[in-house]
Design a protein around this ligand. Structure first.
Ligand SMILES: Nc1ncnc2c1ncn2[C@@H]1O[C@H](COP(=O)(O)OP(=O)(O)OP(=O)(O)O)[C@@H](O)[C@H]1O
Length: 266
């Protein structure tokens, strides 16, 4: 482990059977950072998250986690049997019992106060995601790991959720690692973006990544208005940079590699 990293991977490779899903991935996240992983369907985002947590074995390279690291993990899919009459309150005590006061505080923190006795199956998508976040926060994590936390939410719901994540980071100082498809919101809510397609195509500060050719090749200008909403297309050099250029000296600057982002992980 180098420096104060919470989780670090070097030259990580993951295979599913004969298929290489991830290759040569270097990754690190430090306390208080919000890092978002973007990439097309099947590009290995969930696999990377699972490998970083230790739920998937590394076929090559290595993953290290800070000693005693407390992780609050919300997986992409949570199978809840709708026929089970599970209340929010009971769900918050799984797997670890929490007091009524702790449950109430966590629900208030995530903007869904007072819904303890509601059946889980009857919540709206936005309420459910906030309950999942509340449950993850009850562990007092040093890092929150959220795999597509805004799936199924509309745009205001998504924006509100990311605002909440930033508040939680500010209040608790926890790091946040997310997977997201909400490109333009990600761009404004993250300190650093990693663009994945079986390998790291590019990474860095959002505005640097959104201008990287690798990112543009994957997402194009037409996808959800990511560029239009975030910044003008940066296709020229400035003599007097004034902070708008590509700062490759910054530790979070993009490090685009000349990989073919269209490869099929074969
Ligand atoms: N348990 C598994 N066994 C075999 N193949 C798997 C398994 N899990 C994932 N894969 C394959 O690994 C590749 C990467 O999957 P992964 O779920 O990590 O992608 P993703 O980027 O998170 O995709 P999405 O955006 O659709 O959620 C896909 O081709 C997927 O089919």
């Amino acid at each position: 482990m180098s420096g104060n990293a919470l989780i670090e991977a070097s030259n990580l490779g993951v295979r599913h059977g004969e298929t290489t899903v991830l290759a040569h991935v270097d990754f690190r996240i430090v306390p208080g950072e919000i890092v978002t992983v973007v990439g097309p369907n099947g590009s290995g985002k969930s696999t990377l998250i699972r490998a970083l947590i230790g739920l998937e074995p590394a076929a090559s390279g290595r993953v290290s986690r800070a000693a005693g690291l407390v992780i609050g993990y919300v997986p992409q899919k949570l199978h809840i049997d709708a026929s089970l009459p599970m209340t929010v309150r009971r769900f918050l005590s799984l797997p670890r019992r929490v007091s009524d006061a702790q449950a109430a505080e966590a629900l208030a923190r995530t903007g869904v106060a007072g819904i303890e006795q509601r059946p889980l199956a009857g919540l709206s998508g936005g309420q459910f995601q906030r309950v999942l976040l509340a449950r993850a926060l009850l562990a007092k994590p040093q890092i929150l790991i959220l795999d597509e936390p805004t799936q199924g939410l509309d745009q205001p719901g998504t924006a509100g959720f990311y605002k909440l994540i930033e508040e939680v980071r500010r209040e608790t100082g926890c790091a946040v690692l997310m997977v997201s498809h909400d490109l333009h919101v990600v761009m404004s809510a993250s300190d650093r973006v990693i663009c994945l397609n079986g390998h790291v195509c590019c990474e860095g500060a959002p505005r640097v990544v959104s201008a990287a050719p690798e990112y543009r090749a994957l997402f194009g200008l037409g996808t959800g208005g990511a560029f239009a909403l975030y910044q003008h297309v940066h296709d020229h050099d400035h003599d007097h940079d004034e902070g708008h250029g590509h700062d490759h000296s910054h530790p979070h600057a993009a490090h685009p590699h000349n990989h073919d982002c269209e490869h099929d992980h074969a």
